[in-house]
Design a protein around this ligand. Structure first.
Ligand SMILES: Cc1ncc(COP(=O)(O)O)c(C=O)c1O
Length: 469
């Protein structure tokens, strides 16, 4: 199904699109960035030239020239009578899927597999024959794995039994299932600003109206704003990352956890706590999970960041009542989690303290290397050093990171520009840089950024900063 992008929506997504290039070219470039980083979908229909020229207060000739440039470069297809549709040319699609053409792909903030991974696969292969006598459709998870996950919560001070756990195909699948189950048409969803881009993608699939409240480098979670939004709009759910928030790497204090949990419980909003990043501690120490403060919390977990993204194992922890509802909704999207990966996951979850210690040492090295490289080559950028997570959330102060991402791509460096983490073009000056890559790769990446930053940064600012942190 083709989505239709209105002129007003495109104007919002474009944010600060002007650069020192001619207007038609800047506009075409920015639309291309939006397509490449997923803010506009391939197949989406752009507004008519007249509509966009009104929304942007531009001449129609400029918009027509921008569309014509996109068409010429293969990013726009026009069919008489049905408007202009965005297309991701084969070259770009191939790069996206296989990372070919990008010598350095910093679009993913995820580390290579835990060193014990191959052994866990080998052990699972030995165990697998015992499971071949059953049908193999597993909608809730293997008992041993659910038991091990429940135990990991008990170890963190959150009493949990195995029947409060559903194993899923990663946390992204878990979020989809939870959203389809908790959300009803017309309701709202509250998110942090910035937030995890694929959570926004999931909420878009149910047509949710999104409300946001800021998470700032100074001051943390804006509790009064969150309370205001919860009281005013009674969102059905709020999506939060309390531990090593992606992309900022920040963690909620105990006070923030207590406050948000109490406010949401009072107003009947379910808190969805995404703990995909919760095991990525470098120097913070343990904090109680958000679910310790209210029964009204559904927690998502994953082995993606701590063990390996390629394993595709995640889970949901919730009340038995919510789990029963999830189970009823699950067959519409999938018929269970693969058994082999669950066997691998069972041994990994049992070894979680070892995995955490191993990751922590690597992340510390990566973080300190990247912070050092930036201090040396890009000292004008503001970097808050996180005590966990896999990336730095950098305030470049002056640079349009959408333009930077486009220029970097031409040099073989993949980046996610700041606005991918915000609503309506916010965070144009921000950049997420992962520190889970090899030293030489980070060094090469920073050298490219330093070279490009003077070029991209020389563009005049035409609009005030929209970022909220
Ligand atoms: C906050 C957050 N949630 C969910 C996911 C997706 O996790 P999974 O790979 O388990 O689907 C990620 C992956 O980057 C993430 O950062």
């Amino acid at each position: 199904m083709n989505t239709f992008v209105t002129g007003r929506r495109l104007a919002r997504e474009l944010g600060e699109w002007r650069s020192s290039a001619p207007a038609y070219r800047s506009l075409a470039d920015r639309i291309r960035v939006l397509l490449m980083d997923g803010r506009l979908a391939s197949g989406a229909r752009l507004p008519a030239e007249r509509e966009l020229s009104t929304a942007l207060d531009l001449s129609r000739t400029t918009v027509a020239a921008a569309y014509s440039k996109l068409r010429e470069d293969g990013y726009l297809a026009s069919v008489r009578g049905s408007g202009s549709t965005l297309v991701l040319p084969g070259r770009e699609r191939g790069e996206h899927a296989t990372h070919q053409g990008l010598a350095l792909d910093f679009t993913k903030a995820t580390a290579p597999a835990y060193p014990g991974m191959a052994a866990a696969f080998a052990a699972a292969a030995e165990e697998m024959p015992c499971h071949l006598g059953h049908d193999g459709f597993d909608m809730v998870g293997l008992p041993d794995l659910r038991e091990a996950i429940a135990q990991s919560y008990n170890d963190r001070g959150l009493p949990t039994s195995a029947d409060q756990i559903m194993v899923t195909i990663g946390a992204q699948h878990a979020l989809n299932l939870v959203t389809r189950t908790l959300y009803s048409p017309g309701e709202r969803i509250l998110v942090e600003q910035p937030t995890y881009p694929h959570a926004l993608d999931t909420f878009a699939t149910v047509g949710a109206r999104i409300l946001a409240f800021p998470v700032r480098a100074e001051g943390g979670w804006d509790l009064p704003e969150a309370l205001l939004q919860i009281r005013r709009a009674a969102p059905s759910m709020a999506f939060l990352m309390p531990d090593f928030h992606n992309p900022t790497g920040m963690s909620m204090s105990i006070h923030e956890r207590e406050y948000l949990a109490a406010a949401a419980q009072r107003e009947g909003t379910v808190l969805v706590a995404d703990e995909t990043t919760a095991f990525l501690d470098i120097s913070r120490g343990e904090l109680p999970p958000l679910a310790c403060f209210s029964p009204n919390v559904v927690t998502l977990g994953s082995l993606g960041k701590i063990a390996w993204g390629g394993l595709r194992i995640g889970w949901i922890r919730g009340s038995r009542e919510i789990l029963a509802r999830l189970l009823r909704n699950r067959p519409a999207s999938d018929l269970g989690t693969p058994l082999f990966e669950q066997l691998v996951a069972t041994s990994l979850v049992r070894e979680l303290p070892l995995l955490r210690a191993n990751r922590s040492a690597d992340l510390r090295r990566g973080r300190d290397t990247l912070v050092g490289l930036l201090a040396e080559h890009l000292p004008q950028w503001t970097v808050n050093v996180p005590d966990g997570g896999v990336s730095l959330w950098i305030n470049t102060e002056t640079i349009s990171t959408s333009a930077l991402a486009l220029a970097a791509r031409a040099e073989g460096l993949g980046l996610v520009p700041g606005p991918r983490f915000g609503l309506d073009g916010a965070f144009e000056r921000f950049l997420r840089l992962p520190f889970c890559y090899a030293d030489e790769q980070m060094s090469e990446g920073v050298a490219i950024l330093a070279r490009l930053s003077s070029r991209v940064g020389s563009d005049p600012l035409r609009m005030p900063l929209q970022a909220v942190i």
